[in-house]
Design a protein around this ligand. Structure first.
Ligand code: ASC
Length: 130
């Protein structure tokens, strides 16, 4: 799937970067930082949902080095735990996508909270400090 470890690292970083950008636009609405726009929320949630599983295809063995990256060794040492953290994020993003489709801001706010927690939980355990 990836020719070189650096290709996998670039790919997963790129996927997370695009996800963070589109999730951030919804989070800003949930936090009242930008006006709520149901159509924009649904559009952005759909993008995040489509991308959600992709980064996890790019954490194969041997992709810890090749480019600067913050993946901790625990990703490979505690592979089942990492998988379950990723699955949790994918599930929470699925809920956000469903909430955004309804256009209900309160439901979106709740789902944004769940997604944010799932991002943070994985970062706490599996992402190194800068
Ligand atoms: C974001 C983003 C994350 C999560 C995390 C939530 O918008 O880029 O990584 O939310 O900060 O705690």
């Amino acid at each position: 799937q990836f020719q070189k470890p650096e290709d996998a690292i670039k790919y997963r970083q790129g996927a997370f970067t695009v996800m963070a950008s589109h999730f951030g636009r919804i989070a800003a609405m949930a936090q009242g930082k930008v006006p709520f726009d149901a159509k924009a929320a649904a559009f952005n949630a759909n993008i995040v949902n489509d991308l959600a599983a992709l980064p996890f295809t790019a954490f194969g063995e041997g992709t810890d080095k090749g480019l600067p990256n913050r993946a901790k060794p625990e990703i490979w040492k505690e592979a089942a735990k990492f998988k379950s953290a990723g699955d949790k994020m994918v599930a929470e993003i699925g809920k956000l996508d469903a909430a955004a489709k309804t256009g209900n801001l309160d439901a979106i706010k709740a789902a944004v909270g769940g997604v944010g927690q799932s991002c943070k939980a994985c970062h706490d355990d599996f992402r190194a400090e800068k």
